[in-house]
Design a protein around this ligand. Structure first.
Ligand code: ADP
Ligand code: MG
Length: 730
C-alpha cells in the first residue's frame, strides 16, 4: 500500500526530535586523527608496499606512464593486505558511466584454486582490468549488446578507498570505463585526457615566465547545493521518488521572500545529518569544510577545500553517493535535482577552477610583485578568450533535463554564457585594449597597477551572483553547473578549451618573437589583441534582466534555453574540431556522447510525463471529484430548502473546479497525442524536440490547473504532501 499524506505527516509528528545518532569514534577525536583513514594514501602505501614499488607507483602517477604487470601484482598484494586488515572481504572497480552516477561491481577476494583449495587473492590483473557486464550502461551505440564487452581499467592517479555500507566493507578501485577498442564510455577518460592536454599546453607558456615549471595541474573546488526532506514525506510524493522533483505542488504562501533561511541556524535534525556526512567524508579523505543554509527553505550547501581536478571529481561523486546513504540513516532524503520545487531557488554546483604549477603557483592569482603579473594576465586573458571562442561547448556540457529548469528561467545563471571579471579587472583590460600600440609604457603601467590593487577589490569580485562564469579573485567560478551533474563534463571542457587557447597563444607569441619583437612586448601585443576580440563575452551587468537577452543577441552570443538545442553544437564543426584537435574524444566517441546525452534527456522527460499522467488520474482527480460531489450535494440540498440565495460561494468554487478539470482533460488529451508523436519520431533529436516543445508545455498547463485546485479542494481530501509541509518541517 502506498503511503498517504496523513500517514506521512503522522510519522514525522511522532519522530523524536532532535535525533541523536552515533557518528562513531569521531565524537571526541579531532578530524585530523581519522581524516583519510579509509584511503590507500601516503601512509598506507608506505606501510603496505615495498619501497621500490611505492616509488615506482608515485613516479608512474606523476608521469602518467604505464605500470608493469609485475609491479601491479605487488601493489595489488599491498592493497589487499591493507584492505583485509580493515575488514574488507570484497573489492570493486568503481567507475563513472555516462549516466552521471557511479557504478561498482563487487567481487570477493575469496576464490578456489583448480584443486579445490579456498584462498584469498587479489592479483595485479584483477587490479588493472575487469570486465563488468556493462551492457546496460549507455554507450550511444558504440557497443551493441551482443558484443557488450566494456572494460574498467585502473586509474592509479586517484587513490583506492574503502566504502563502508552498514557492516560491509569493500575495497574500491577508481577506474575508467572503455570499450573493447579502448573508446571512452565514461566521464573519466576524457577528463584525464584533458588534464594531460592542458598540462602539455600550459607548461611551455609558463616557461615564458619561469623555466622551473615542468607541470601544470587543473584544480577544482566544488560547492554542492541540495535540499533535504523528511523520508516519510518523500515517500508520500511519488513524483519525487520517480523523478527527483515535484511535478505538481502549489507554492506555499511563504517561501523565500523573507530570506530568513540563508545562513540561518541549522535545524538540529539536519545538523546531525551533516555531522554524520562530514565524518564519513573525512574518513574517505574528502576535505569538506564549509556547511550552511542556502537561500530556499530546506536547502543547504557543502563545500570542500579544492583539490587536483581528477581527485576533486571523484570526491564529489563519492559525496553525492554518501549523502543519499547517510540521509536515509537519519530518516531524511537528499534531493540533488536542480529544481525539486517550483517557485523557490533551484540547486547548482559552482565549480571553482584554476591551474597550479609544480612550483606552487596559482596561475590565476594576481601577485604583489609587478614582474609576476604578466603571467597572471596571460592566463587570465586566455581564459576569457577561451570562453569567448568555445562558449557553446561549455553550454552543452551543462545541458541536461534538470538544469533546463534553472538556466534561463529567471533565477540562477542564464543560458547565455558570459564572463564577469569585476570592476577592477574590467577597467584594467580596457586600459590595455585601448592603449596605443606605440605606447607600451602605458600598458606596462596598467599591469603594474594589478599589484597595487588592494586585495579587497579583487576578492570582492564575487558580488555579481547573476553571472554564469565569474572571476573570484584567484580562480574562475562556473556557476551554471547543475547540482546533480558529474563535474567531469564541464571540467573536461574547461581544461580542453584552455589547452587549445594556450597553444594558439604560444604560437602567436612565437610568431612575433621570431621576427625580432622582444618577448614581453610580444606577449602584450597578443593579449591586447585577444582582449579586443573577446570583448563581447565580458558582461558586468544583471544577467537576469531582459535587456541582457537583447544585448547578448546584438553581441552575437547564443542563448540556448533548452537541452536539445544546446547539445546541437556537438554535431557541428566547432565541437568536432575542439574534441578532435585536442584528442579528448574522437569522432565516434563524440557522436556516442551526444547520443547518450539526448537519450538521457528523452528518457527523463518521458518518465516525467508518464508519472504526471498517473498522479493526475490516480491521486488528484479522485480527490477533486469527491469534493466536487460534496459541493454539488450541498448546492442541491440548499436548493431543496429554498435557500438559493446562500449558495454563491459553493457555486463559485464548483465552477472553478469544473474549469480546472476541463483544462486538465484538454491538457491530458494533447499530452497523449504528443507522446504518441514521440513514438513515431525518426530519431532521438526529433523525440527530444517533441518532448521539449510539445509535451513539456502541456505538463505545465496541467500543473497550473492542478495547483489551482490544490488551493480550493478540502485539505482533508488532498492526497499529496503540500509544499509547506515538505519545505517547512516542524
Ligand atoms: P565562496 O565562493 O562561497 O565565496 P570561497 O571563495 O571561499 O567560497 O571558495 C569556494 C571554493 O573555491 C572552495 O571549495 C575553495 O576551496 C575553492 N578554491 C579556492 N581556491 C581555489 C583554486 N585555486 N582552485 C580551485 N578552487 C579553489
Ligand atoms: Mg562560490
Amino acid at each position: 500500500m502506498s503511503i498517504t499524506r496523513f500517514n506521512a505527516l503522522n510519522t514525522i509528528e511522532n519522530r523524536p526530535d532532535p535525533l541523536f545518532f552515533d557518528t562513531g569514534e569521531s565524537e571526541f577525536d579531532t578530524i585530523a586523527s581519522y581524516f583519510g583513514e579509509n584511503v590507500f594514501g601516503e601512509d598506507a602505501m608506505k606501510k603496505h608496499l615495498p619501497e621500490d614499488a611505492y616509488l615506482s607507483l608515485k613516479a608512474a602517477v606523476q608521469s602518467g606512464q604505464k605500470l608493469s604487470r609485475g609491479l601491479a601484482d605487488v601493489i595489488a598484494n599491498g592493497l589487499k593486505e591493507w584492505a583485509q586488515q580493515k575488514g574488507c572481504t570484497h573489492f570493486a572497480h568503481w567507475f563513472q558511466p555516462l549516466t552521471g552516477k557511479t557504478a561498482e561491481k563487487h567481487d570477493s577476494f575469496f576464490t578456489m584454486t583448480h584443486d579445490g583449495r579456498v584462498i584469498e587473492e587479489f592479483t595485479g590483473g584483477a587490479l588493472v582490468q575487469q570486465e563488468p557486464d556493462g551492457s546496460s550502461f549507455p554507450s550511444g551505440g558504440m557497443r551493441s549488446t551482443f558484443e557488450a564487452r566494456g572494460y574498467t581499467v585502473w586509474d592509479p592517479s586517484s587513490p583506492a578507498f574503502i566504502m563502508e555500507v552498514g557492516e560491509g566493507k569493500t575495497l574500491c578501485v577508481p577506474t575508467i570505463f572503455v570499450t573493447y577498442g579502448g573508446e571512452a564510455q565514461d566521464f573519466k577518460l576524457p577528463l584525464l585526457r584533458s588534464q594531460s592536454f592542458l598540462d602539455r599546453a600550459a607548461v611551455p607558456v609558463c616557461q615564458l615566465f619561469d623555466t622551473n615549471v615542468n607541470k601544470v595541474i587543473a584544480t577544482l573546488g566544488w560547492e554542492q547545493e541540495y535540499f533535504v526532506v523528511d523520508e516519510a514525506l518523500f515517500n508520500a510524493r511519488p513524483d519525487l521518488a520517480m523523478t527527483g522533483r515535484t511535478l505538481l505542488g502549489r507554492p506555499a504562501s511563504k517561501h523565500q521572500q523573507l530570506e530568513d533561511h540563508y545562513f540561518g541556524s541549522i535545524p538540529e535534525r539536519i545538523y546531525a545529518f551533516m555531522r554524520d556526512l562530514e565524518t564519513e567524508s573525512h574518513k574517505l579523505g574528502i576535505p569538506v569544510r564549509t556547511r550552511h543554509n542556502e537561500v530556499a527553505p530546506s536547502q543547504y550547501e557543502v563545500a570542500p577545500i579544492f583539490e587536483e581536478i581528477n581527485v576533486a571529481v571523484d570526491h564529489n561523486q563519492l559525496l553525492m553517493d554518501l549523502m543519499e546513504r547517510v540521509a536515509r540513516r537519519h530518516k531524511l532524503r537528499v534531493l540533488l535535482h536542480e529544481k525539486p520545487f517550483a517557485g523557490v531557488n533551484g540547486s547548482g554546483k559552482h565549480n571553482n577552477w584554476s591551474m597550479g604549477t609544480n612550483t606552487g603557483v596559482n596561475l590565476l592569482s594576481p601577485g604583489k610583485e609587478p614582474s609576476k603579473n604578466l603571467s597572471f594576465l596571460t592566463f587570465f586573458v586566455n581564459t576569457v578568450m577561451a570562453v569567448y571562442k568555445y562558449a557553446d561547448i561549455l553550454r552543452a556540457s551543462i545541458a541536461h533535463a534538470g538544469n533546463d529548469h534553472r538556466l534561463g528561467a529567471n533565477e540562477a545563471p542564464p543560458a547565455i554564457i558570459s564572463v564577469f571579471i569585476g570592476e577592477a579587472m574590467f577597467k584594467l583590460l580596457g586600459q590595455i585594449a585601448n592603449g596605443k600600440k606605440t605606447d607600451d609604457a602605458a600598458v606596462k603601467r596598467a599591469i603594474d597597477l594589478i599589484s597595487k590593487l588592494p586585495n579587497l577589490e579583487l576578492d570582492n569580485t564575487d558580488r555579481n551572483r547573476t553571472s554564469p562564469f565569474a572571476f573570484t579573485g584567484n580562480k574562475f567560478e562556473i556557476r551554471a553547473v547543475g547540482s546533480s551533474q558529474n563535474c567531469a563534463g564541464p571540467m573536461t571542457v574547461m581544461n580542453t578549451m584552455m589547452g587549445l587557447q594556450l597553444i594558439e597563444f604560444k604560437a602567436d607569441v612565437d610568431k612575433l618573437t621570431s621576427k625580432g619583437t622582444e618577448q614581453g612586448e610580444a606577449i602584450l601585443m597578443v593579449l591586447k589583441n585577444y582582449i579586443r576580440k573577446a570583448k563581447p563575452i565580458l558582461f558586468e551587468g544583471n544577467n537576469y534582466s531582459d535587456e541582457w537577452k537583447e544585448e547578448a543577441k546584438e553581441r552575437g552570443l547564443n542563448n540556448f534555453t533548452n537541452t536539445p538545442e544546446a547539445l546541437d553544437v556537438l554535431s557541428k564543426k566547432l565541437a568536432q574540431e575542439f574534441y578532435g584537435k585536442s584528442g579528448i574524444m574522437n569522432a565516434v566517441e563524440l557522436d556516442a556522447f551526444h547520443q547518450v546525452q539526448l537519450h538521457g534527456y528523452v528518457t527523463k522527460l518521458d518518465i516525467e510525463a508518464k508519472s504526471l499522467v498517473e498522479l493526475v488520474h490516480s491521486y488528484v482527480m479522485p480527490a477533486v471529484l469527491r469534493y466536487q460531489t460534496e459541493l454539488a450535494d450541498n448546492i442541491a440540498a440548499m436548493k431543496a430548502l429554498d435557500m438559493d440565495d446562500s449558495i454563491g460561494y459553493q457555486k463559485d468554487v464548483l465552477k472553478r473546479i469544473l474549469k480546472n478539470s476541463g483544462e486538465i482533460k484538454e491538457g491530458l488529451d494533447k499530452l497523449h497525442k504528443a507522446l504518441e508523436k514521440v513514438h513515431h519520431a525518426n530519431d532521438l533529436r526529433e523525440e527530444a524536440d517533441i518532448l521539449c516543445n510539445k509535451v513539456k508545455p502541456q505538463m505545465e498547463i496541467i500543473r497550473d490547473a492542478v495547483d489551482d485546485l490544490e488551493g480550493i479542494v478540502d485539505d482533508q481530501y488532498w492526497p499529496l504532501v503540500k509544499y509547506r509541509e515538505l519545505l517547512f518541517p516542524r
